[in-house]
Design a protein. Structure first.
Length: 162
């Protein structure tokens, strides 16, 4: 189970808002984390604490297919991204780099709320309001990839990667 304080944003947050293109010439995660969400919320980097949760509306991660966007969020300490829906390439990139992402179409989570995500039960609990939301169930193999820390580590553990 993952548990953290929510940082809430709206709909259609694209990958350029997550990590501006000018910073994507590297996979140095500390560099990416230093600039995460800076155009959307310049204070986010200073407020986010390890284990915090990013919450969004519809179509989170739209735009380019760059994997630096989920890498930047993970490196900044975000433990999970909850959104009403995700751009499919962002969703897949997040799983591949080991950043948990869950779809909760009807969430009512506000800034500062503490939420807990239970992948086994496929629920998200808002501890501030005592509400429980059903998340879209993730296939077991995706949970296994996340548990391994990402796709490369998963393949290494299963002998399918040199």
């Amino acid at each position: 189970m993952l548990r953290g304080r929510a940082h809430v944003y709206g709909d259609n947050i694209d990958t350029d808002r997550i990590i501006p293109g000018k910073y994507t010439k590297t996979l140095d995660e500390s560099h990416l984390a230093a600039h995460v969400l800076e155009d959307l919320d310049p204070e986010f980097r200073r407020r986010v604490k390890p284990g915090d949760v990013l919450v969004a509306g519809e179509n989170f991660g739209a735009g380019s297919s760059r994997e630096q966007a989920p890498r930047a969020l993970k490196a900044a300490g975000v433990s999970v991204v909850i959104a009403r829906s995700f751009a499919r390439i962002f969703f897949r990139n997040a799983i591949n780099v080991g950043l948990p992402v869950v779809e909760v179409p009807d969430h009512r989570i506000e800034n500062g709320h503490v939420v807990a995500v239970d992948f086994e039960k496929a629920i998200v609990e808002n501890e501030d309001t005592d509400e429980t939301f059903t998340m879209t169930k993730m296939p077991d193999v995706m949970i296994d990839i996340l548990d391994a820390g990402g796709l490369v580590k998963y393949l290494q553990q299963h002998g399918d990667y040199n």
